[in-house]
Design a protein around this ligand. Sequence first.
Ligand code: SAM
Length: 262
Amino acid sequence: MFKDICEEMFSSKEICSYIYKSFFHKPKNYQISIHDIKNAIYKNRVSYLEKELEPFSFVQDIANFEIINAVKDLYKDKKIIDVCAAPGGKSILLHSYGFEVEAIDKSQRQIDKFIQNINRMKLEIKITNQDFLKSKITDQYNSILLDAPCSALGTYRRNPDVISKIEEKKLKYNQDNQIKMLEKSLKLLKKGGVLIYIVCSFHSFETKGVIDKILQKHKSINIKNIQSDKMIKIKNGYLINPLSFKDQGGSDIFFVTALKKN
Ligand SMILES: C[S@@+](CC[C@H](N)C(=O)[O-])C[C@H]1O[C@@H](n2cnc3c(N)ncnc32)[C@H](O)[C@@H]1O
Protein backbone atom coordinates (compact mmCIF):
# COMPACT_ATOMS: atom_id res chain seq x y z
CA MET A 1 0.00 0.00 0.00
CA PHE A 2 2.82 2.41 0.90
CA LYS A 3 4.44 1.53 -2.43
CA ASP A 4 1.23 2.40 -4.28
CA ILE A 5 1.03 5.77 -2.53
CA CYS A 6 4.66 6.57 -3.43
CA GLU A 7 4.20 5.52 -7.03
CA GLU A 8 1.01 7.55 -7.40
CA MET A 9 2.74 10.72 -6.25
CA PHE A 10 6.30 10.29 -7.55
CA SER A 11 6.70 9.17 -11.14
CA SER A 12 10.49 8.92 -10.69
CA LYS A 13 11.75 5.42 -9.88
CA GLU A 14 14.87 6.98 -8.31
CA ILE A 15 12.74 8.91 -5.82
CA CYS A 16 10.59 5.90 -4.93
CA SER A 17 13.58 3.66 -4.34
CA TYR A 18 15.23 6.38 -2.23
CA ILE A 19 12.07 6.59 -0.09
CA TYR A 20 12.05 2.80 0.47
CA LYS A 21 15.76 2.83 1.32
CA SER A 22 15.48 5.77 3.69
CA PHE A 23 13.13 3.98 6.06
CA PHE A 24 14.58 3.95 9.54
CA HIS A 25 17.28 6.43 8.53
CA LYS A 26 18.17 8.19 11.73
CA PRO A 27 17.40 11.82 10.88
CA LYS A 28 19.98 14.51 11.48
CA ASN A 29 18.88 17.52 13.45
CA TYR A 30 19.99 20.95 12.43
CA GLN A 31 20.56 23.74 14.83
CA ILE A 32 19.75 26.94 13.01
CA SER A 33 20.52 30.47 14.09
CA ILE A 34 17.53 32.77 13.67
CA HIS A 35 19.87 35.66 12.93
CA ASP A 36 21.23 34.33 9.68
CA ILE A 37 18.76 31.86 8.30
CA LYS A 38 19.96 31.73 4.70
CA ASN A 39 23.52 30.90 5.64
CA ALA A 40 22.35 28.66 8.41
CA ILE A 41 20.39 26.47 6.07
CA TYR A 42 22.58 25.90 3.14
CA LYS A 43 26.08 26.98 4.09
CA ASN A 44 28.67 26.32 6.71
CA ARG A 45 26.66 27.20 9.73
CA VAL A 46 24.51 24.11 9.49
CA SER A 47 25.91 21.86 12.14
CA TYR A 48 24.98 18.44 13.34
CA LEU A 49 23.38 18.81 16.75
CA GLU A 50 25.71 17.08 19.17
CA LYS A 51 26.00 19.59 21.97
CA GLU A 52 23.52 21.76 23.84
CA LEU A 53 21.28 24.23 22.08
CA GLU A 54 22.58 27.71 21.30
CA PRO A 55 20.34 30.43 22.80
CA PHE A 56 19.23 31.92 19.47
CA SER A 57 18.96 28.67 17.61
CA PHE A 58 16.32 26.04 17.27
CA VAL A 59 16.02 22.57 15.80
CA GLN A 60 13.75 21.58 12.93
CA ASP A 61 13.59 19.34 9.94
CA ILE A 62 15.38 21.01 7.06
CA ALA A 63 12.32 20.86 4.77
CA ASN A 64 10.49 23.25 7.11
CA PHE A 65 13.10 25.88 6.26
CA GLU A 66 12.81 25.23 2.58
CA ILE A 67 9.04 25.66 2.61
CA ILE A 68 9.05 28.96 4.48
CA ASN A 69 11.95 30.29 2.41
CA ALA A 70 10.10 29.44 -0.76
CA VAL A 71 6.72 30.92 0.17
CA LYS A 72 7.54 33.95 2.33
CA ASP A 73 7.73 36.42 -0.57
CA LEU A 74 4.29 35.42 -1.87
CA TYR A 75 2.83 37.18 1.14
CA LYS A 76 2.45 40.89 0.49
CA ASP A 77 1.41 41.72 4.05
CA LYS A 78 3.73 40.91 6.96
CA LYS A 79 0.86 40.68 9.44
CA ILE A 80 -0.01 36.98 9.38
CA ILE A 81 -2.19 34.52 11.24
CA ASP A 82 -0.83 30.97 11.70
CA VAL A 83 -3.89 28.92 12.56
CA CYS A 84 -2.22 25.60 13.49
CA ALA A 85 0.97 27.03 14.86
CA ALA A 86 2.36 24.92 17.69
CA PRO A 87 5.09 23.94 18.49
CA GLY A 88 6.02 26.99 16.46
CA GLY A 89 8.55 25.97 13.83
CA LYS A 90 7.01 27.90 10.96
CA SER A 91 5.80 30.83 13.08
CA ILE A 92 9.33 31.34 14.42
CA LEU A 93 10.77 31.25 10.91
CA LEU A 94 8.22 33.79 9.69
CA HIS A 95 8.93 36.00 12.70
CA SER A 96 12.64 35.90 11.92
CA TYR A 97 11.83 37.11 8.39
CA GLY A 98 10.09 40.16 9.88
CA PHE A 99 6.50 38.92 10.00
CA GLU A 100 4.19 39.96 12.81
CA VAL A 101 2.73 36.57 13.67
CA GLU A 102 -0.53 35.86 15.46
CA ALA A 103 -0.37 32.18 16.39
CA ILE A 104 -3.18 29.91 17.47
CA ASP A 105 -3.37 26.21 18.30
CA LYS A 106 -5.86 23.97 20.05
CA SER A 107 -3.32 21.85 21.95
CA GLN A 108 -2.08 23.36 25.23
CA ARG A 109 0.67 20.70 25.40
CA GLN A 110 2.04 21.80 22.02
CA ILE A 111 1.67 25.48 22.95
CA ASP A 112 3.78 24.85 26.07
CA LYS A 113 6.62 23.65 23.81
CA PHE A 114 6.14 26.71 21.62
CA ILE A 115 6.35 29.01 24.66
CA GLN A 116 9.55 27.27 25.83
CA ASN A 117 11.08 27.91 22.39
CA ILE A 118 10.21 31.59 22.21
CA ASN A 119 11.25 32.21 25.82
CA ARG A 120 14.66 30.66 25.15
CA MET A 121 15.10 32.77 22.02
CA LYS A 122 13.62 35.88 23.66
CA LEU A 123 11.07 36.36 20.90
CA GLU A 124 7.66 37.92 21.18
CA ILE A 125 4.91 36.04 19.40
CA LYS A 126 1.26 36.30 20.41
CA ILE A 127 0.00 32.76 20.99
CA THR A 128 -3.55 31.79 21.95
CA ASN A 129 -5.03 28.44 22.78
CA GLN A 130 -8.15 28.00 20.69
CA ASP A 131 -9.81 25.59 18.33
CA PHE A 132 -9.62 27.36 14.98
CA LEU A 133 -12.79 25.67 13.74
CA LYS A 134 -14.77 26.97 16.71
CA SER A 135 -13.03 30.30 17.12
CA LYS A 136 -14.96 33.53 16.76
CA ILE A 137 -12.21 35.36 14.84
CA THR A 138 -13.79 38.06 12.69
CA ASP A 139 -10.69 39.99 11.56
CA GLN A 140 -9.74 39.70 7.89
CA TYR A 141 -6.17 38.93 6.82
CA ASN A 142 -4.04 39.28 3.70
CA SER A 143 -1.67 36.54 4.88
CA ILE A 144 -2.69 33.20 6.37
CA LEU A 145 -0.73 30.02 7.08
CA LEU A 146 -2.55 26.71 7.54
CA ASP A 147 -0.11 23.91 8.44
CA ALA A 148 -2.91 21.40 8.86
CA PRO A 149 -3.09 18.25 10.98
CA CYS A 150 -2.65 15.17 8.77
CA SER A 151 -1.52 11.54 8.68
CA ALA A 152 2.12 12.71 8.99
CA LEU A 153 3.02 10.22 6.25
CA GLY A 154 5.83 12.53 5.14
CA THR A 155 7.61 11.99 8.47
CA TYR A 156 7.99 8.23 7.79
CA ARG A 157 11.76 8.33 8.51
CA ARG A 158 11.28 9.73 11.98
CA ASN A 159 8.02 7.87 12.66
CA PRO A 160 8.00 4.65 10.62
CA ASP A 161 4.80 3.55 12.38
CA VAL A 162 2.77 6.18 10.43
CA ILE A 163 2.75 3.70 7.57
CA SER A 164 1.04 0.98 9.56
CA LYS A 165 -1.62 3.52 10.53
CA ILE A 166 -2.65 4.44 6.99
CA GLU A 167 -6.36 3.71 6.68
CA GLU A 168 -8.78 5.03 4.13
CA LYS A 169 -11.32 5.94 6.81
CA LYS A 170 -8.79 8.06 8.71
CA LEU A 171 -7.53 9.72 5.55
CA LYS A 172 -11.11 10.66 4.63
CA TYR A 173 -11.62 12.08 8.10
CA ASN A 174 -8.39 14.09 7.73
CA GLN A 175 -9.51 15.34 4.33
CA ASP A 176 -12.88 16.53 5.69
CA ASN A 177 -11.13 18.31 8.54
CA GLN A 178 -8.56 19.89 6.20
CA ILE A 179 -11.37 21.12 3.94
CA LYS A 180 -13.20 22.64 6.94
CA MET A 181 -10.00 24.42 7.97
CA LEU A 182 -9.39 25.68 4.45
CA GLU A 183 -13.00 26.90 4.18
CA LYS A 184 -12.68 28.77 7.46
CA SER A 185 -9.30 30.23 6.42
CA LEU A 186 -10.77 31.39 3.10
CA LYS A 187 -13.55 33.20 4.97
CA LEU A 188 -10.91 35.19 6.87
CA LEU A 189 -8.82 35.87 3.75
CA LYS A 190 -9.15 39.34 2.19
CA LYS A 191 -9.56 39.72 -1.56
CA GLY A 192 -6.05 39.68 -3.05
CA GLY A 193 -4.72 37.84 0.01
CA VAL A 194 -2.64 34.64 0.07
CA LEU A 195 -3.30 31.47 2.04
CA ILE A 196 -0.51 28.90 2.22
CA TYR A 197 -1.68 25.33 2.87
CA ILE A 198 0.90 22.81 4.08
CA VAL A 199 0.72 19.18 5.19
CA CYS A 200 3.57 16.81 6.07
CA SER A 201 1.98 14.14 3.90
CA PHE A 202 2.17 13.00 0.31
CA HIS A 203 -1.09 11.06 0.25
CA SER A 204 -3.35 12.27 -2.56
CA PHE A 205 -6.39 12.62 -0.26
CA GLU A 206 -4.62 15.19 1.95
CA THR A 207 -2.85 17.05 -0.82
CA LYS A 208 -4.12 17.44 -4.37
CA GLY A 209 -7.48 15.83 -3.43
CA VAL A 210 -8.22 18.48 -0.79
CA ILE A 211 -7.29 21.30 -3.15
CA ASP A 212 -9.38 19.81 -5.99
CA LYS A 213 -12.48 20.08 -3.80
CA ILE A 214 -11.65 23.64 -2.76
CA LEU A 215 -11.07 24.78 -6.35
CA GLN A 216 -14.31 23.18 -7.53
CA LYS A 217 -16.27 25.15 -4.95
CA HIS A 218 -14.38 28.47 -4.90
CA LYS A 219 -14.03 29.86 -8.40
CA SER A 220 -12.34 33.02 -7.08
CA ILE A 221 -9.34 31.02 -5.83
CA ASN A 222 -6.30 30.34 -7.97
CA ILE A 223 -2.95 28.66 -7.34
CA LYS A 224 0.23 30.71 -7.37
CA ASN A 225 3.61 29.44 -8.54
CA ILE A 226 6.22 28.61 -5.93
CA GLN A 227 9.87 28.90 -6.97
CA SER A 228 12.08 26.23 -5.43
CA ASP A 229 14.57 23.83 -6.92
CA LYS A 230 14.00 21.60 -3.88
CA MET A 231 10.40 20.87 -4.82
CA ILE A 232 8.50 18.94 -7.47
CA LYS A 233 5.39 20.40 -9.12
CA ILE A 234 2.37 18.12 -8.90
CA LYS A 235 -1.33 18.76 -9.54
CA ASN A 236 -2.55 21.64 -7.33
CA GLY A 237 0.77 22.26 -5.57
CA TYR A 238 4.31 21.12 -4.81
CA LEU A 239 6.05 18.34 -2.91
CA ILE A 240 9.47 18.53 -1.33
CA ASN A 241 11.71 16.40 -3.53
CA PRO A 242 13.01 13.69 -1.18
CA LEU A 243 16.33 13.70 -3.07
CA SER A 244 16.92 17.41 -2.38
CA PHE A 245 18.36 16.85 1.08
CA LYS A 246 19.81 13.40 0.51
CA ASP A 247 23.31 14.60 1.36
CA GLN A 248 22.11 16.18 4.60
CA GLY A 249 20.55 12.91 5.76
CA GLY A 250 17.15 13.36 4.11
CA SER A 251 14.12 15.41 5.07
CA ASP A 252 10.43 15.18 5.77
CA ILE A 253 8.21 15.29 2.69
CA PHE A 254 5.75 18.17 2.71
CA PHE A 255 3.03 19.22 0.31
CA VAL A 256 2.55 22.96 -0.10
CA THR A 257 0.27 25.14 -2.14
CA ALA A 258 -0.31 28.89 -2.29
CA LEU A 259 -3.92 29.99 -2.82
CA LYS A 260 -4.81 33.52 -3.88
CA LYS A 261 -8.29 35.01 -3.51
CA ASN A 262 -9.30 37.12 -6.50
C1 SAM B 1 1.30 19.99 11.69
S1 SAM B 1 1.09 20.58 13.31
C2 SAM B 1 1.64 22.25 13.19
C3 SAM B 1 3.14 22.40 13.21
C4 SAM B 1 3.58 23.85 13.29
N1 SAM B 1 2.99 24.66 12.26
C5 SAM B 1 5.09 23.98 13.21
O1 SAM B 1 5.63 24.33 12.16
O2 SAM B 1 5.73 23.74 14.25
C6 SAM B 1 -0.63 20.76 13.39
C7 SAM B 1 -1.12 21.49 14.63
O3 SAM B 1 -2.51 21.75 14.45
C8 SAM B 1 -3.09 21.78 15.73
N2 SAM B 1 -4.55 21.66 15.53
C9 SAM B 1 -5.25 20.56 15.15
N3 SAM B 1 -6.57 20.87 15.04
C10 SAM B 1 -6.67 22.20 15.34
C11 SAM B 1 -7.76 23.11 15.41
N4 SAM B 1 -9.02 22.72 15.16
N5 SAM B 1 -7.52 24.40 15.74
C12 SAM B 1 -6.25 24.82 16.01
N6 SAM B 1 -5.18 23.98 15.98
C13 SAM B 1 -5.40 22.70 15.64
C14 SAM B 1 -2.42 20.63 16.46
O4 SAM B 1 -2.52 20.83 17.85
C15 SAM B 1 -0.98 20.73 15.94
O5 SAM B 1 -0.19 21.46 16.84
